[in-house]
Design a protein around this ligand. Structure first.
Ligand SMILES: [Zn+2]
Length: 355
């Protein structure tokens, strides 16, 4: 199967060896090597495709098609800026030697009117998928998220790169490595911010996720600390199992996640770190990832892995969780507990960093 990348193609499915789309006449290969097989997800500004590299024994990859609103790329100068910023980012990302837990692009491709980003596929579950099957994560596992991702963010920021799209959908956990990885660099947000000076009313194209984005990022002015804010929101969601919108007041300034920790004890020092990551005002927020890493290294360590909730404890917690979320029947509860314990087997057993 070969899938046409033209956004308006009326017949995108083509035979495997086809080079020109039978539906619209577009070329089906990018750079005469990358072939889309099928769509994975289609958002407003970004389409994802499963693809292969026909020059590398059909090696699997992900093709990201960046689709900015037409007015943004109408002028040649704006399109030039977008391509330059992608080129610069791709070059910087490929040179990051120490950013271990980061999905990096193989290359970017400009073809016709399309801009594409080619990446290796990630193996594992997203944090969103994990949180669908677990009521919440322990303090220790949230520490692990931070200790895996903060060095990566530190490396990004030291090279003047900002991720801009940190959320549970973009954090992968691979059981075979026991590591969390940051994926899906915020390409569309990057381009929109690069065009900020060109288009005065760019605000209407604000495409950052308001649930995870810092106030300054929502105004198109991301700074490295914006990533730290987003990661803090992710930590709260992981600790509580509650979506961020329910954890913050209407002004978006005061987080009351402690109300949702139920009877669990989370260390005060850890909460203070989270509070500082989540400050709406930049002046009160951590500005560098290494500052958080330092704070984490000096606070008392969280409970040892032996005291991390067991499957049986988790089942009990699930009953509380289901009660909280109004499970309708006993069958609902049994089905959900089975899903949770299955996920525990896949998530916790191979996850031990210390093992
Ligand atoms: Zn087509």
């Amino acid at each position: 199967m070969s899938y046409c990348l033209h956004p308006d193609c009326c017949a995108p499915f083509n035979p495997e060896d086809q080079k020109i789309c039978r539906g619209c006449g577009s070329k089906l290969l990018l750079k005469v090597r990358y072939r889309a097989i099928r769509p994975i997800a289609k958002g407003q500004f970004l389409h994802l495709f499963q693809g292969i590299d026909i020059q590398a024994k059909n090696h699997p990859l992900v093709i990201k098609q960046i689709l900015l609103p037409y007015p943004l790329l109408r002028a040649v100068s704006q399109r030039k800026i977008a391509i330059e910023v992608l080129h610069e980012t791709s070059e910087k990302l490929s040179r990051l030697a120490e950013a271990e837990n980061l999905q990096r692009p193989l290359e970017y491709v400009v073809s016709g009117q399309g801009i594409y980003w080619i990446e290796e596929p990630l193996i594992g579950e997203t944090l969103s998928e994990i949180l669908e099957n677990l009521p919440y994560l322990s303090e220790e596992h949230v520490h692990q998220i931070l200790s895996d991702l903060l060095p990566t963010l530190d490396e990004l920021h030291r090279h003047s790169l900002i991720h801009r799209a940190i959320c549970p959908d973009n954090i992968f956990y691979a059981a075979h490595t026991g590591k969390f990885t940051l994926a899906n660099f915020g390409l569309t947000q990057l381009i929109v911010e690069a065009l900020y000076k060109e288009i005065p009313n760019l605000g209407e194209y604000a495409i950052a996720d308001p649930m995870y984005s810092a106030p300054e990022q929502m105004k198109g002015r991301s700074v490295p600390a914006s990533d730290l804010y987003s990661l803090g929101v992710v930590c709260l969601q992981a600790l509580t199992g509650i979506e961020p919108i329910h954890l913050v007041d209407q002004c978006g300034k005061n987080w009351h996640y402690r109300d949702y920790l139920r009877d669990r004890t989370i260390s005060d020092s850890f909460c203070q770190i989270l509070d500082k990551m989540l400050s709406a005002a930049l002046i009160n927020r951590f500005l560098k990832a290494e500052e958080i890493l330092h704070q984490l290294s000096v606070i008392q360590h969280p409970p040892s892995r032996q005291s991390v909730i067991t499957e049986a404890d988790a089942s009990l917690d699930v009953f509380g969780y289901l009660f909280h979320h109004s499970a309708k029947t006993v069958a609902d509860c049994v089905q959900s507990i089975q899903a949770v314990t299955t996920s525990f087997a896949s998530f916790f057993l191979p996850a031990s960093k210390e093992d």
